[in-house]
Design a protein around this ligand. Sequence first.
Ligand code: TRP
Length: 512
Amino acid sequence: MKCFEYFVKHYFFFSTLASLDICMCCSARGRIIASAHTKLQDLFSRCYNRSLLPVRKVAMTNNSIKRGGFSSSFGVLAATLGSAVGLGNIWKFPYLTGANGGAGFLLIYLLATLLVGLPVMIAEITMGRAAKANPITALQKLNPSRLPWWLVGVSGMVAAFLIMSFYSEVVAWVFAYVFKAIGGSILSSDRQVTEGAFTSLISNPLQSLLWQWAVLIFIGSILLMGVTKGIEAVAKKLMPLLFLLLLLLCAVSLSLDKAIDGLTFLFRPDFSKITAGVILTAMGLAFFKLSLGMGTMMTYGSYFRDDQNIPQTTVRVMIADLFVSMLAGIAIFPAVFTFGFAPSAGPSLVFITIPAVFSQIPGGHFLMIVFFVLAAVAATGAMLSLMEVPVVILHERLALSRARSTLLTIAVLMLLGSSSALTNNVLADFKLFGMNMFDLFDFVSSNVLLPIGGIALAVYVSWVWGADRFMHALSNNGALSNQVTARVVLFVLRYVSPLLILLVMLKGLNLF
Ligand code: TRP
């Protein structure tokens, strides 16, 4: 009997996670399994009626879970922007722009944002709001076809875990650097000192792990407060602060001697550096920066108010996100050029070059604290949105309480993320496909999973869910007259974005 209970429990676990489709689609013996499924469901309901199992009844009817939501229009904007703006802007964008030739890269990034990023963001948010559910349920609920589209939601959840595994480690460095900046030990014009400080942090396994865990617990505790009182409330406070700090840094940087060299680098295109790989990187960055391709925006869309104008909000988020990236570039490159550092230092640009640069500016100690607080602020909003995806999936699919699903997510991340935390020390020599775990997680998520997720979502919304439903939802059920916008978005989603993403991805991965 124990054995049977165990089997039924686990069987039920999977069937709630994936519903019937998984048996039908994953097995060549679909019919046999499907009939086994029916029998098991019978058995299961008998067990259930006799209260043999600790049944999670709510999991079967997702509707019965009360959902949170963003309470005001500003809250929607702040939270969505909070997700988009993150280390992608403050850390990835400057170092990738620096390493890939400056303005040429920027231009391609802009194109990718307009042709791919914006339409996919609109698609995700519209779907999320229409379904008012986590990504897996949303894809299932709106699906008029027989294909198992919910798998896209599952792959999104996998991507979320992969991204958080390395992202949480960079967030950990940022948080550690806030304290180091306050202490002042990293403020030195001697590159050896700033490099030494960074190396000693990342090569210490215990420090790396503990900072990462602290970050996970910090973010988890905000999520525990819920969507309105946690995510939205925090974003509303942090976003204005972020702009203020960034403007302050830009003003200082622009007043430096060779500010103009930095600006030239950032704004004058050099197309000689553009290769297929660079284009893929720019597109991957567009996905990453706008939090697309894995269900984050779909999840946040499910918290959108019904009267929210989606195209307008997404355009605002896109512009503000771009503005933050530009400001980060303007804050960093003039200073880097003035003091003769290399703009192409790579991922360590922020951690090694920046402290050295600040050491040469009057008031540098204070400004350096401002810079790392700014990065921590940006990282918090983004990390909240990343973690919310598995939390809400586990919460709604398995009917775990929010607290339990948060704890479960943190536990999984502590395990999986440790491989990133240990990349620069214990696991330094461990490589898969020629990459260490940190780079592998970054590469697979940004350059493979997010683009594939983007293609799938664009196709799903525009072809499967269909033009009528999409346009109806985008116009708030007819309340807005945005037919032309909706048609343009639909056209791009149908014919431009998926093909472009596919082409860039295959070329960038050297597959043709
Ligand atoms: N956009 C965030 C940044 O720029 C990171 C992020 C949050 C993200 N949610 C995401 C990236 C979902 C990809 C997918 O730092």
